[in-house]
Design a protein around this ligand. Structure first.
Ligand code: NAD
Ligand code: UDP
Length: 312
């Protein structure tokens, strides 16, 4: 049985990845310190003998007994309000945490896939963003702690690949959504769903003309699975190219929830908020044979079913 370690397993993406790899017949070690995660996301896996949970801060030395075939390194605050609140932890998990995970991969001779982000492109001057674009990041702005941590993550991963011959994969994930996002994590979808369900104002930042391209979590998980099993070592964008404005996104959620009390409440645009974002997924299509399957209307409906059960 193949053994895989998933850092950040109690988070949104880590918990879906844990489910997927259990389903594929792997033994999964989930590691987390619950900084932004929620143990309820993985509690259903605790009775399984194929699943183990290690409560550990990966910025400290990581030890795992026995063999390890694969590592998925997903631990990191991911929502802007989380990393603004925890700038040092964000930098440490991107730098020290990634170093520890790469060291573990080297020791165990395991293949490692690290979670990077579309934020490495910053406020992009090229649109859509292909992997060849180097980005436009303000290192000393409020988002710099996350963006630069992830740029370091990519740099140290490539260095371990070329210098220590570690078998590495780098995924650049674009905005992903689905069940198990934290209601209060401040990202746009949990914010809008909870506000629409409660009949409050949907806090659209700026004039809502900034764009994002939202990918449903099952599609992303499929892309991660394929990239892990591929033999491609350079960064690959995985996301849904279907771009929309944040105003349009708010309207779609208002229409779906149908609460007559909900309205649009304009708020100031946060500093350095990227104006546009859309993945060029040519590489993912050609190398992984991957493209997203779940249209936004369908993904939003599935996600609404979840938020109905957790929003009070
Ligand atoms: P999340 O906050 O739900 O999950 C992150 C998990 O990492 C949490 O469970 C948290 O407790 C854990 N963690 C943080 N610091 C840790 C530490 N020092 N030691 C151990 N565990 C720690 O976020 P998510 O949306 O699931 O994101 C997961 C990964 O994917 C992150 O690396 C993020 O940068 C990346 N990513 C996510 C998106 C997205 O749209 N969700 C987009 C781009 C990149
Ligand atoms: N946003 C918004 N209202 C909110 C939260 C976010 O208008 O309550 C906007 C935010 O300014 C950004 C977009 O929605 O332009 C996506 O924000 P999110 O924090 O989800 O992720 P980002 O892509 O910025 O990391």
């Amino acid at each position: 049985m193949k053994k895989i370690l998933i850092s950040g397993a109690a988070g949104f993406l880590g918990s879906h990845l844990s489910d997927r790899f259990i389903k594929e017949g792997y033994h999964v070690i989930g590691m987390d310190n619950l900084l932004t995660g929620n143990i309820q996301n993985i509690e259903h896996l605790f009775p399984l003998k194929e699943f183990e949970y290690y409560h550990h801060d990966i910025t400290k030395f990581v030890h795992v007994p026995g063999k390890l075939d694969y590592i998925l390194h997903f631990a990191s605050p991911a929502s802007p309000i989380d990393y603004l609140k925890m700038p040092i932890q964000t930098l440490k998990v991107g730098a020290l945490g990634t170093h520890n995970m790469l060291g573990l991969a080297r020791e165990k001779n395991a293949r490692i896939l690290v979670a990077s982000t579309s934020e490495v492109y910053g406020d992009p001057l090229e649109h859509p963003q292909s992997e060849e674009y180097w980005g436009n990041v303000n290192p000393v702005g409020p988002r710099g702690v996350y963006d630069e941590a992830k740029r370091f993550l990519e740099a140290i991963t490539m260095a371990y690949h070329t210098f220590h011959k570690v078998d590495t994969r780098i995924i650049r994930i674009f905005n992903t959504y689905g069940p198990r996002m934290r209601v209060e994590d401040g990202r746009v979808l949990p914010a809008f769903f909870s506000q629409a369900i409660r009949g409050e104002g949907l806090t659209v930042f700026g004039d809502g003309s900034q764009t994002r391209s939202f990918c449903y979590v099952d599609d992303l998980v499929e892309g991660i699975y394929r990239l892990l099993l591929s033999d491609y070592n350079k960064p690959v964008n995985v996301g849904n190219p279907d771009e929309c404005t944040i105003f349009q996104f708010a309207q779609e959620i208002i229409d779906l929830v149908g609460n007559p009390e909900a309205y649009i409440d304009y708020r100031p645009l946060p500093e350095d908020d990227p104006k546009v974002r859309q993945p060029d997924i040519t590489k993912a299509r050609n190398i992984l044979g991957w493209e997203p399957k779940v249209p936004r209307a369908e993904g939003l409906l599935r996600t609404y079913e979840y938020f109905k059960t957790v929003v009070k």
